[in-house]
Design a protein around this ligand. Structure first.
Ligand SMILES: Nc1ncnc2c1ncn2[C@@H]1O[C@H](COP(=O)(O)OP(=O)(O)O)[C@@H](O)[C@H]1O
Ligand SMILES: [Mg+2]
Length: 147
């Protein structure tokens, strides 16, 4: 498990970029943390780390945004309105999981029991206006890189 504190959005993006560099096709990232925690901000850094050129926007209205690069494709979900297996099914969530994609999910709390067993949990806690506590758990690859 990695546990760090950031003091600005830029610091969160910088940390997320390092995490993104360690991601590979097939990874599922499940965010926990309420509104304004920094999940979308973190995903900006993830995309940079994965090597994706596009600017990341909140998928709140689209449910899922797609960022395609030369390597893996990032699918960025917002599960805020997803409350049961049926509504999850209609998002096509399972069709996006593949060895060529990284799937990152905001509001993963809502679909916890439907997530693939193997996933990376990123918890972002609001500690102050510009302070966040971020933990990354679920895969040893990150621990090795940070120790
Ligand atoms: N240390 C920090 N890390 C991330 N975001 C921060 C931080 N400090 C302040 N912020 C601000 O908090 C907000 C987070 O928004 P956003 O990433 O959209 O959150 P979420 O997707 O979790 O709702 C942004 O306005 C961002 O600038
Ligand atoms: Mg968001």
């Amino acid at each position: 498990m990695i546990n760090i504190k950031t003091k600005s959005p830029e610091e969160t993006i910088e940390f997320a970029e390092k995490v993104g560099k360690l991601l590979q096709g097939g990874d599922v990232v499940a965010y926990k943390g309420g509104l304004g925690a920094g999940k979308t901000t973190f995903t900006r850094g993830l995309a940079l780390g994965i090597g994706l050129p596009d600017e990341v926007f909140s998928p709140t209205f689209a449910l899922v945004n797609e960022y395609r690069g030369k390597g893996v494709t990032l699918y960025h979900f917002d599960m805020y309105r997803i409350m049961n297996a049926e509504s999850l099914e209609t998002t096509g969530f399972y069709d996006y999981l593949s060895d060529e994609s990284v799937v990152a999910c905001e509001w993963s709390e809502n679909i916890e029991e439907y997530l693939p067993v193997k996933h990376i949990t990123i918890t972002i806690k609001h500690c102050g206006e510009n302070e966040r506590e971020i933990t990354v758990e679920g895969d040893e690859r990150f621990d090795a890189a940070w120790n």
